[in-house]
Write a protein that binds this ligand. Structure first.
Ligand SMILES: [Zn+2]
Length: 482
């Protein structure tokens, strides 16, 4: 009964790192994992007199992200300083965008969180560029806090949604979809473990089915999909408890503590005046040529929904398979490379969704580093189609390809996995299978024909995949009178 009478109104602010080689305002590397304070210069250290310059690639990546989210790009941009004090912010302000952001008025169609056919439209209020801050590293043992400024100045896009989400599960589905769109667009890798995605959420409750949304609170410091869902569940339950007890929800900002699984009040909700936004005098407004924006748009690849629809139309795949195959651009590329190789799209889809995905997961590597390249799989499927190897034999060859990276033809030759053409040899395997299971053999001879499949399986196993199941079945029939 608990949460029945209220429904949630949720909006998200998502910070994603844009894929660039250097930072937003200086030439330092934007890579992750370097020793602390090695990618710093006078600009990102905030030294007096240092002058920033805008990284054109970061602007282009921001435009790619915005277009992927269906936004209208603003041709006249301005950068602002957002002032606050924190040890990881050496300048005392963050360069961001305030009243003339990069883009706005977008919307995305998020696949239903339950995996069904439905979609939910989530409007994008704005997308703006800003620089990341440094990191504070607390060392309670030594009773010190250290600051690493490698991340200070890394280019981010902040994506702000309208409050169009009604549950924690929908929020998660939105984030999964957002990551997919940005990966397809090549704008961001959204690598969360590297700080590539951070989320703030605002939440209010209203009476189910009607009514104005109540007071909003903001949750900060959400850094994983699961964390977002967990924190929203917690905050919705907290607000519902307050309301049910006859209290009022205070407008406040809560810092999420993922370890404890609870939020704690950070400060009274700041209005924008508290940040004293000012135009940045070192960064002149930027004019984007409409023709350039159109060139960026034209350079975007086919996005996941269009691509899934094309896979259904072009290869006659079931929509569910097309949806999984387009879950990442790499996987869709891999599938299409195999499907165009001649084995037929259904065979290709079955292998990619089955053996390939299982092996990639087991290897724990990204698909781009997977040993079996599409061209090798095409050759293997051709050997299977021509009957050079049996189906079980093909799976053994595939397993060896995963282990060794060798070419399929070489493995077939080395391991003697070519399908047996020798009728007498198949006959010996059948005899061996019958001898190993005398009781079943007796029942098969007595007319229990469904045992034939069992024996064919045994023959394939005994032969190490070299027996063709159809020949095995014929030999079996000849011996048992089936
Ligand atoms: Zn720098």
């Amino acid at each position: 009964m608990a949460e029945r009478e209220y429904e949630a109104v949720i909006g998200l602010e998502v910070h994603v790192q844009l894929k660039t080689r250097s930072k937003l305002l200086c030439a330092d590397a934007a890579e992750f994992g370097a020793p602390p304070n090695t990618h710093v210069c006078p600009v990102c250290l905030g030294l007096p007199g240092a002058l920033p310059t805008i990284n054109a690639r970061a602007v282009e990546q921001g435009v790619r992200a915005a277009l992927a989210l269906g936004c209208t790009v603003n041709p006249a941009l301005a950068f602002a300083r957002k002032h606050y004090f924190y040890p990881d912010l050496p300048k005392g302000y963050q360069v961001t965008q305030h009243d003339r952001p990069l883009a706005g008025s977008g919307s995305v169609e998020v696949p239903a969180e339950d995996g069904g056919d439905g979609v939910r439209t989530v409007r994008i209020r704005r997308v703006h560029l800003e620089e990341d801050t440094g990191r504070t590293l607390h060392d309670p043992g030594a009773r010190v806090t250290r600051v690493d400024l490698n991340r200070a100045g890394i280019p981010l896009a902040e994506v702000v949604t309208e409050p169009d989400l009604a549950s924690p599960a929908q929020a998660r589905a939105f984030l999964v979809h957002l990551r997919r769109l940005l990966e397809y667009a090549g704008a961001s890798d959204v690598a969360m473990e590297e700080g590539g995605l951070r989320v703030d959420a605002n939440v209010s409750l209203r009476l189910a089915g009607a009514g104005e949304a109540g007071t909003r609170t903001e949750l900060k410091n959400l850094s994983s999909f699961g964390g977002v869902e967990h924190a929203l569940d917690w905050e919705i339950a907290r607000q519902a408890g307050v309301l049910r007890a006859g209290g009022t929800v205070e407008p406040e900002t809560l810092l999420w503590d993922a370890e404890r699984g609870e939020g704690r009040p950070l400060r009274g909700k700041e209005d924008s005046a508290a940040y004293r936004y000012l135009p940045d005098p070192d960064l002149p407004p930027l004019e984007l040529e409409p023709a350039w924006i159109e060139r960026v748009r034209a350079s975007l690849p086919e996005m996941p929904a269009e691509r899934a629809a094309r896979l259904v139309a072009e290869y006659e795949l079931p929509p569910g398979q097309a949806a999984v195959l387009t879950s990442t651009r790499d996987l869709a590329d891999y599938f299409e490379a195999v499907a165009r190789g001649g084995a037929g799209p259904r065979e290709a889809a079955a292998w990619v969704l089955g053996d390939v995905l299982a092996a990639v997961r087991a290897a724990g590597v990204p698909l781009s580093e997977f040993r079996v390249r599409p061209s090798d799989l095409v050759v293997l499927l051709e050997l299977l189609r021509q009957g050079v190897v049996s189906r079980p034999g093909a799976r053994r060859v595939f397993a060896r390809m995963v282990e060794t990276g060798a070419a399929p033809v070489q493995i077939v030759a080395e391991e003697g996995l070519a399908r047996s053409e020798d009728e007498a040899e198949v006959g010996r395997w059948v005899d061996e299978a019958l001898a190993a299971h005398p009781a079943e053999a007796e029942r098969l001879r007595a007319g229990e024909t469904r045992l034939a499949d069992f024996f064919v399986g045994q023959v394939v196993r005994i032969s190490g995949g070299r027996a063709d199941p159809r020949e095995a079945e014929a030999a079996l029939r000849a011996r048992t009178g089936g």
